[in-house]
Design a protein around this ligand. Structure first.
Ligand code: FAD
Length: 395
């Protein structure tokens, strides 16, 4: 039988049902429950999506790409909220989430990489970001295990990290303690009555009605049956492979901060955790729903990471994984009310779902209680691919 715990909603229809208990659904449910709305999360495997695979970089600056300047503002705003979010979550859940204000060093290995890094630096400066250019020697002074060939780099003191697995575990506990209810089964169909979304049908055959429904099912968000044509959810999976290594016991850690580079056009990063884990990521491929780890992906990551930090080949390889980033046509999330009253979206966070969890939870809790997205979230309104302007906001 499917597990059921309807939390504060009891036997009554909850105010809000959140479809998907990944990092985004959980942050949304927690923040919404704290605002006093009876909330239920529907997910057969809460935390089982991309968040369990992600590196956890909180990297608005080093993840900035041309054309994503509007997204930068949201990313920076969420990064600013992280320390307070983590403090509140740690208190609510009673567990540590591995937040580390360690900064990031983005380096170049050859002349082409350096030219590309110079371009990134120009873009960062045009966006008003303070980032220091370092010589190769200065980079190695910060991180002595870097390859001697490093040609230069960018020191980004504000790009930090969190450990996504304990983060999601803490969000689940915080949700539980805030009275969020659970249905551990998949939602199969959006229920619509008249001109309103009224909940979801569940895989076990039940119908869960609710005042408002939030679709937060990661890259599966667009696949829910019953979505009317005026609600566009253009989210596709972008596959990423990632590795976990471990520092050798009794030896100092290989790295002190996140180190990243573009090696022959491919991005590679190394994220050192306080626990001694060293995350090496990540490939990025359009491979549909395929989550198999490939020999080519592992080879590429180890080869590029080894060029950057030769000492990694001594470390034990603990894990290889692949996950699916929920991606929209403009790489930015879909947030808030849709053209169908009663249905809101919290999906499409692509490379930045861990970073954007605090601000997404806050924005959705606001729009679920007031019917309006806060100003900072409006450029990402859920109707933008359906020709909607985002100004008409159904209650
Ligand atoms: C290799 C890799 C590295 C990454 N690194 C970073 C990083 O360093 N920093 C960062 O900010 N982001 C990173 N990301 C991106 C981040 O992981 C995602 O943006 C984030 O996990 C999206 O959260 P989500 O809750 O929307 O989706 P998910 O985490 O995928 O969760 C979706 C949930 O929905 C559930 N679900 C699906 N269908 C249904 C259904 N029909 N009914 C009920 N539930 C359903 C699933 O079981 C799952 O629990 C990375 C991603 C990958 C793959």
């Amino acid at each position: 039988m499917a597990a059921r715990d309807t939390g504060r909603a009891g036997r009554e229809a909850p105010d809000v049902v959140v479809v998907g208990g990944g990092v985004i659904g959980l942050a949304t449910a927690w923040r919404t429950a704290l605002r006093g709305l009876a909330t239920v999360v529907v997910d057969p495997r809460p935390g089982g999506g991309a968040a369990g695979v992600a590196a956890g970089m909180l990297a608005p600056v080093t993840e900035l790409h041309h054309g994503e300047e509007t997204l930068l503002r949201l990313n920076l705003a969420s990064a600013d909220r992280y320390p307070a979010f983590v403090a509140e979550l740690t208190e609510a859940a009673g567990t540590d989430v591995g937040y580390r204000a360690c900064g990031t060093l983005a380096v170049a290995l050859d002349a082409d990489d350096r030219a590309q890094l110079r371009e990134s630096h120009l873009l960062q400066r045009r966006c008003g970001l303070e980032v220091a250019w370092l010589t190769g020697r200065e980079c190695r002074r910060l991180e002595p295990m870097l390859a001697p060939g490093v040609r230069g780099g960018l020191r980004v003191d504000g790009d930090h990290q969190v450990d996504p697995r304990p983060l999601v575990a803490a969000l689940r506990t915080a949700c539980q303690r805030a009275g969020v209810g659970w249905r551990r089964e998949a939602a199969t169909e959006l229920l619509v009555s008249g001109d309103r979304a009224v909940g979801v049908a569940l895989a076990g055959g039940d119908r869960l009605t609710a005042g408002q429904t939030v679709l937060a099912a990661g890259c599966h968000s667009g696949a829910l049956a019953g979505l009317p044509p005026e609600v566009a959810v253009p989210v596709r999976p972008v596959q990423g492979e990632i590795l976990r290594l471990r520092d050798l016991p009794g030896r100092p850690p290989l790295l002190h901060r996140t180190v990243r580079a573009v090696v022959r056009g491919a991005e590679v990063y190394l994220v050192p955790r306080d626990s001694g884990e060293l995350v090496v990521g990540a490939t990025s491929d359009e491979r549909g729903w395929d989550t198999r780890v490939t020999a080519g992906g592992v080879y590429q990551l180890l080869r590029d990471a080894h060029e950057l930090v030769p000492g990694i080949t001594e470390l034990p390889l603990l894990e290889t994984r692949a996950g699916l980033r929920p991606t929209t046509p403009d790489n930015a999330p879909l947030l808030g009310p849709t053209a169908l009253p009663g249905l809101q979206l919290a999906t499409g966070h692509h490379r930045n779902g861990i970073l954007l969890a605090p601000i997404t939870g806050e924005a959705l809790a606001a729009s679920l209680t007031s019917g309006e997205l806060p100003e900072y979230a409006r450029p990402f309104h859920a109707g933008r691919f359906a020709g909607d302007t985002g100004r008409r906001v159904p209650a």
